[in-house]
Design a binder for this molecule. Structure first.
Ligand code: ADP
Ligand code: MG
Length: 324
């Protein structure tokens, strides 16, 4: 439903976007993931119509909208600082866009009630935004954006201002709301865990370009570049027999002796523990291979002793991973 081709934008000689191509399906939860300054917001602003591209096209359901005003695009945007009207109640804030579009009063009431239900704020309809928590305000911002049923909703780091626990709750909730209303979401975040947990597909941005587009598991398990491997999850790079391997911590196994890795299919080496960090659910070991590189291994902590390997620094270990 959204086709972006060759989108490019510079600001006074600084290239923000080199040439971006994207193709997003109806109903998809699609995420732009990348470090700060990589061009995510610029891409969103070009799709919303807040900026004009230097070149390239933006097609919504086949229609080129790249030069249309934002309000003519059937696209809504949710920002991090949800900018609610302080002198209006929650319900009035949500109804505002419908009034502007001259939706009849009765229909307006119905749609506002439905939006309030979706974001679980029925009981707060008459409150002032100033009497809400950060998470509740973010929900009002979302309700306001979905109430006039845009074809496409753009969300620019909408959970960035929330603390970790609330953010994780809202991630699941947003995903559920998106599934329920069936609106296509184009979501921006620099948080790889957020991207992996919510998205149908992810585009990984680096320096004004897309390095890879794929499902969360494709991007995580088959990174196409060192940048993607390093940015999405933790990984170690080693070269063995002319092949460059991306080793994820959960694929690197360690034990006190080589006996643990008898049988087919293991690549076995030796190394020494450089550091072991206890993290509750698991322990992270940083291991210096005798061949020279450093790899990371995670060990899930069972009941009982935290880790049998979290020994002194320098402890010799056997390191193994499955051969491809
Ligand atoms: P992200 O959202 O991934 O953090 P942005 O799209 O905001 O990245 O920015 C991409 C690059 O473009 C950055 O180098 C940023 O400084 C630059 N940039 C973005 N907007 C402007 C602007 N209005 N004026 C000048 N430079 C800008
Ligand atoms: Mg940004």
């Amino acid at each position: 439903m959204l086709e972006v081709e060759g989108l490019a934008k510079s600001f006074k000689g600084t290239v923000a976007l080199h040439s971006v191509d994207l193709s997003i399906r109806r109903g998809e939860f699609f995420t732009l993931l990348g470090p700060s300054g990589s061009g995510k917001t610029t891409t969103l602003r070009l799709i919303a119509g807040f900026e004009r591209p230097d070149s390239g096209s933006v097609r919504l359901d086949g229609r080129d909208v790249a030069r249309l005003a934002p309000f003519k695009r059937d696209v809504n945007t949710v920002f991090q600082d949800y900018a609610l009207f302080p002198h209006m109640s929650v319900a009035e804030n949500i109804a505002y866009g419908l009034e502007a579009k001259r939706v009849a009063r009765e229909e307006r009431g119905k749609r506002v009630a439905e939006a309030l239900r979706m974001v679980q704020l029925e009981r707060f309809a008459d409150r002032s935004p100033s009497a809400l928590s950060g998470g509740q305000r973010q929900r009002v911002g979302l309700a306001r954006a979905i109430v006039n049923r845009p074809r496409l909703l753009l969300l620019d780091e909408p959970l960035g201002a929330l603390d970790l626990k609330l953010r994780q709750e809202m991630q699941l909730e947003l995903k559920h709301i998106q599934e329920e209303i069936g609106i296509t979401f184009l979501y921006v975040t620099h948080d790889q865990e957020e991207a992996l947990s919510m998205s149908d597909r992810i585009a990984v941005f680096n320096d004004g370009r897309i390095e890879q587009i794929g499902s969360p598991s494709e991007v995580y398990e088959k990174p196409k570049s060192e940048f993607v491997a390093g940015f999405v999850g933790t990984s170690s790079l080693v070269e063995r027999g002319g092949d460059r391997l991306v080793l994820r911590p959960e694929k690197v196994h360690i034990a006190r002796s080589a006996e643990a890795f008898t049988g087919e299919g293991w690549h076995v080496e030796t190394g020494r523990i450089a550091e072991s960090v206890y993290l509750g659910l698991y322990t992270r070991h940083i291991v210096r291979l005798d061949a020279g590189e450093t790899v990371v291994s995670v060990e899930q902590n069972a009941e009982g002793p935290a880790s049998t390997l979290a020994a002194a620094r320098g402890q010799p270990v056997t390191v193994a991973w499955r051969k491809a």
